[in-house]
Design a protein around this ligand. Structure first.
Ligand code: IPM
Ligand code: MN
Length: 375
């Protein structure tokens, strides 16, 4: 029997409830496919932070980094200022493990209602490859002010002194700025990943940018995209400005196969993608470092108002668990879990409120685990 040791970070809000169902379903698949998982739980999240003042330490990250995969619930809590936990735990982990691909399948399962009129599962089946370590997420910014470079101070003086008559000094707080940065290496690796993925799918890659306006940063992205596209003559491509992309996702989702996008645009369009595929309760994601540690999570947040109610939909988390098992090489178990999710949905008997049912989180987990075992 294959043994796996998988770190789990249930996190905040509904995190512990949904992750419990994900572990339950994977354990059921293990019984069927001959593997056993030892779940190693980590307490990181709001409670741990409020009790100890620690977000996640370098030692813990180093320890986690010795594992091929991590299973994560959700991070974020109203008792802590917005961004503290998200940046201090979730983004810290994505960056520390250098998980440069955020893989987010947008797939309408059979039997799921989509708000997009006249579209069926054969129209909505693509994957967003979101760059996950650069762009406006690098965490460099401030006020003029604190940490302002001389150049930036000069630029802001010229721009804003004339315009608003502001007196911008190093110790003033008249402007705020955030730096977006992408690199050749960082761009090439994620775009190459997208093309390799497309080679195994329908051989089409769509690039998302805003090269018409933010031309330095996203013009650079587009140039790298073109260079990599030239190495994949069998793959067709298109370019999309991010604003237009939000329209195409809704109007023509059938155009897409693999969509590759810089980090921040990827954040925005994957919430839209989640809705296209039936809602946030159904949208899984993987933070992938193909040669290192990958971390799997639902793309939704911690939904604090539903905490402890056994009410929310665990399917996104269970599906993320299937992606995790696939990453570990348990392809058959992963496929079986996804098809059990489809069966659960088609049977339409055990559903949470967001899908029009009245079953609980754990009812849905039980039902999918039962289907996985063929009972
Ligand atoms: C996501 C989330 C995160 C992000 C937040 C919680 C830091 O919105 O995974 O999409 O912006 O990446
Ligand atoms: Mn997001």
């Amino acid at each position: 029997m294959t043994q796996y040791k998988i770190p789990v970070i249930p996190g905040d809000g509904i995190g512990p409830e949904i992750i419990a169902e994900g572990c339950k379903v994977i354990d059921a698949a293990g019984e069927k496919f001959g593997f056993d998982v030892e779940w190693v739980e980590y307490p990181h999240g709001a409670d741990h932070y409020l009790k100890t003042g620690e977000l996640i330490s370098e030692d813990t990250l180093a320890e986690l980094n010795r594992n091929p995969v991590i299973y994560l619930g959700s991070i974020g809590d109203p008792r802590v200022a917005p961004g503290v936990l998200e940046k201090g735990i979730l983004l810290a982990a994505r960056f520390y493990f250098d998980e440069y691909v955020n893989l987010r399948p947008i797939k309408l399962l059979e039997g799921v209602w989509t708000p997009i009129k006249d579209k069926t599962p054969k129209d909505i089946d693509f994957v967003v490859v979101r760059e996950n370590t650069e762009d406006f997420y690098i965490g460099i910014g401030g006020k003029a002010g604190r940490g302002t470079s001389k150049d930036l101070l000069e630029v802001s003086r010229n721009l804003y002194s004339a315009k608003f008559g502001l007196d911008i000094e190093t110790d003033s707080e008249e402007i705020a700025y955030q730096i977006g940065m992408i690199s050749k290496e960082g761009t090439q690796r994620v775009i190459s990943y997208a093309f390799d993925l497309a080679e195994k799918r329908k051989k089409h890659v769509s690039s998302v940018d805003k090269a018409n306006v933010l031309s330095d940063i996203y013009g650079f992205w587009r140039k790298e995209f073109e260079a990599i596209a030239a190495k994949h003559p069998g793959v067709t491509t298109d370019f999309n400005y991010v604003d237009a992309m939000t329209m195409w996702f809704v109007k023509n989702p059938e155009w897409f196969d693999v969509v590759v996008t810089p980090n921040m645009f990827g954040d925005i369009i994957t919430d839209l993608g989640a809705m296209v595929q039936g809602g946030l309760g159904l949208a899984p994601g993987g933070n992938i470092n193909p040669k290192g540690t990958s971390m799997f999570e639902p793309i939704h947040g911690s939904a604090p108002k539903y905490k402890g109610q056994n009410k929310v939909n665990p399917i996104a988390t269970i599906w993320a668990g299937a992606m995790m098992m696939e990453q570990l090489g348990e392809k058959e178990a992963a496929d079986t879990i996804v098809s059990a999710i489809e069966t659960n949905i088609l049977q339409a008997k055990v559903r949470t409120y967001d899908m029009g049912g009245s079953s609980t989180t754990s009812d849905v987990g039980d039902d999918i685990a039962r289907i996985v075992q063929g009972k």
